[in-house]
Unconditional design. Structure first.
Length: 191
């Protein structure tokens, strides 16, 4: 299995490490040439979503990646990655891929609570969730499944081939979210 990890900015190295620990190949995507190889999945890491959107545009990666997502490529966005996927950004802000039927509140936990860890349920299983200046999802449309909430805020969703978490599973020892993502990929490959 070959997973593209967007590596223009942010916490991509931790995602690549997780992918490799699960026995898959991680292809770090920095330029247009890197998406010429066949990919089975794509990870959009945490970082700074506005900087990432700008770089994606400059590097001529935004449109081809959007097309790949629209064509069903399994994609997993964490934190800033969730923001890149979202159709709408509360309070204004330009969407990036805009393929995921949610709105996001950016930096939603205020200054004091900018970063914290908690334990909560993801798809029926308790896992550790590190949040770093995280968003949360609102206006979740009917075609979107909520996979996790924390303090009544939606922090993980799935819509067909798109998975997004407001927290950072790459910063924990747990593989639950990756295994969930890999199952989506395996199902698509079996088709
Ligand atoms: N606050 C960041 C943004 O809006 C996301 C933070 C993160 O990815 N850890 O892009």
């Amino acid at each position: 299995m070959r997973i593209g990890v967007l590596a223009v900015q942010g916490a991509f190295a931790e995602h690549s490490a997780k992918v490799c620990q699960l026995g898959a190949e991680a292809v770090e995507i920095r330029k247009r040439h890197d998406i010429q190889t066949e990919l089975d999945g794509l990870i959009l890491p945490g970082g700074e979503s506005t900087a990432m959107r700008k770089l994606l545009t400059e590097l001529d990666l935004l449109e081809p990646l959007k097309e790949m997502i629209q064509n069903g490529l399994p994609v997993f966005g964490t934190c800033a990655g969730m923001i890149l996927l979202a159709k709408e950004i509360s309070g204004g802000g330009t969407p990036c891929f805009g393929t995921l039927d949610i709105s996001v509140h950016r930096n939603a936990y205020g200054r004091q609570l900018g970063s914290f860890r908690c334990v909560d349920i993801f798809a029926g299983k308790e896992i550790e969730m590190p949040f770093i200046r995280a968003p949360y999802a609102t206006n979740v449309r009917d075609n979107v499944t909520v996979l996790a909430s924390h303090d009544n805020r939606i922090v993980a969703v799935r819509q067909d081939n798109q998975l997004a978490t407001a927290f950072h599973p790459e910063l924990t020892e747990d593989f639950t979210v990756y295994e969930y993502f890999f199952q989506t990929i395996a199902k698509r490959l079996r088709k």
